[in-house]
Ligand binder design. Structure first.
Ligand code: FES
Length: 104
């Protein structure tokens, strides 16, 4: 199973086994990490905002226009910010590292 490492706001790292086909948001919710993900993955909020580790950003897939627009409303936006309900777990994302944000 591919692994995803979440880095909490306080720096604590949480490594998880992630099911291929799930989204990174779903993985975070299963772990009960502090992430609102208010719209449940419908691309209608920005409360699943994470900062993807630079080395992994290119593996997280395309950012669609709707996600870009929503990201513009997120706090602490960075060049590697993503809405993690839009990141699918694949074999290629094995080892993915994402940082949670205070608002997520
Ligand atoms: Fe709402 Fe990701 S959970 S946009």
């Amino acid at each position: 199973m591919p692994k995803v490492t979440f880095i909490k706001v306080d720096g604590e790292k949480v490594e998880a086994d992630a099911k291929v086909g799930n989204t990174v948001m779903e993985v975070a919710k299963e772990l009960d990490l502090p992430m609102l993900a208010a719209c449940g993955g419908a691309l209608a909020c920005a409360t699943c905002h994470v900062v993807v580790d630079e080395d992994w950003y290119d593996k997280t897939g395309e950012v669609c226009e709707d996600e870009e627009d929503l990201l513009d409303t997120a706090h602490d936006l960075t060049p590697t910010s993503r809405l993690c309900c839009q990141i699918k777990v694949t074999e290629d994302t094995d080892g993915l590292v994402v940082k949670l944000t205070p608002m997520s």
